[in-house]
Design a protein around this ligand. Structure first.
Ligand code: KQY
Length: 372
């Protein structure tokens, strides 16, 4: 604390996702220009995810006043549902980034868990953002931290949680395509962005992949569709062997960067390939279920969907993984994840396509709160 009793940000680090959680936060989809057919399919998919995670850790779902009763009636009793105004439902990005401080003394009265409230601009603001009013989503992190009575550190940098992954031991993975995009923090240099990530996430090294997943235009290439840590020194990378697939050169490029990089502890990366499904595109029937009111980025028939098995969530003891109805690659993803997370139960989310149609997946709709 400083002399006025305001918390001072010092000594915190963002834990890896596999470290113990006290809660998982999820939003509730409702906007008709992003979630087709009155959002019924999207809501069913969010219920599948929340229900699956609630078997492993407490879950809180945030729903608008208009949707609270509907959300409450669809979700199991074990899931807490609270009222919160939202513009959309991607708490990975609009929620807080939780950080922890390991105390060296038992008499240390400072908080063990805190949260960073980054600035949020709907994935690019007026320059290619996903929706034109993001005022509620920009308040979400602050409200969640108040609900939890967790110290809050406001940061003026625009950052979405899906654009960073950490190993908990000093390394952060991200993409240049997103963080250096002129629609995020055009006044900041790469070095200045690195300095803020180091200071606030408690990391020592940033590994920059040039680009994210092909087709991930909503987020400008978030890392959480492209590459993630399995444990320190080991990463999973979205992959295809098909040279005619536009994803091919992105995966090769990322593989080459990762192969010649080391992490904060000087380790070379072990890179495990996780094949993408598809290609998957939006159908005419799916497009017809949307109400285009001009407030959200248009989603059009035949547009490529940014489908990737990298977008899974690590719960306490479980991996909650999207499945896309592509049996060969769905099963292969489960095989690879079972092998890479032998101590976790692998849970398949069969309705993941309905989240994908909104522009993200399981990881994008979840936000873990670490255990104190
Ligand atoms: O991938 C994510 N982290 C979120 C996707 C948001 C899409 C909004 N239409």
């Amino acid at each position: 604390m400083d002399l006025k009793g305001t918390p001072v940000f010092h000594g915190y680090r963002m834990p890896a996702e596999w470290e113990p959680h006290s809660m998982c936060w999820i939003g509730w989809p409702e906007r008709l220009d992003n979630w087709r057919d009155n959002a019924i399919h999207g809501q069913r998919a969010f219920v599948e995810v929340a229900t699956a995670i609630s078997k492993f850790e407490p879950v809180t779902v945030c729903a608008s006043a208009a949707q609270w009763a509907n959300a409450r009636s669809q979700l199991p009793k074990s899931v807490r549902v609270i009222e919160m105004s939202l513009n959309d439902s991607w708490l990975r990005d609009s929620g807080p980034t939780f950080v922890v401080k390991e105390s060296k003394s038992t008499s240390d009265s400072e908080a063990k868990v805190a949260g960073i409230d980054w600035e949020f601009n709907s994935y690019g603001g007026v320059d290619g953002g996903c929706y034109i009013d993001w005022s509620f989503d920009n308040l979400l992190a602050s409200k969640i931290l108040d609900v939890e009575r967790v110290p809050k550190f406001k940061h003026s940098m625009i950052l979405e949680g899906g654009s960073i992954h950490v190993d908990g031991e000093g390394t952060c993975l991200t993409t240049e395509e997103c963080l250096l995009n002129k629609n995020r923090n055009p006044h900041m240099s790469k070095e200045e962005i690195e300095d803020e990530l180091k200071a606030y996430l408690g990391v020592k090294k940033i590994v920059w992949l040039p680009r994210g997943l092909y087709g991930d235009e909503d987020t400008n290439g978030h890392i959480d569709n492209m590459c993630c840590f399995v444990k320190p020194g080991v990463v999973l990378l979205a992959w295809t062997d098909d040279e005619s697939d536009p994803q091919y050169e992105r995966s090769i490029e990322a593989y080459s960067v990762l192969s010649s990089a080391t992490d904060a502890k000087g380790r070379k990366f072990e890179i495990i390939k996780l094949h993408i499904p598809g290609p998957l595109c939006m159908t005419a029937e799916e497009e017809a279920g949307l109400v285009q009111v001009g407030e959200a980025k248009a989603r059009c028939v035949d547009s490529v969907l940014a489908a990737s098995y990298i977008n899974f969530y690590i719960a306490n003891g479980a991996i909650i993984t999207p499945q896309f109805g592509d049996q060969k690659w769905d099963d292969e993803a489960v095989r690879v994840l079972s092998h890479t997370f032998p101590d976790h139960q692998i849970v398949r989310i069969k309705s993941a396509r309905d989240i994908l149609l909104g522009g993200g997946n399981v990881h994008c709709i979840t936000q873990q709160q670490p255990a104190a």
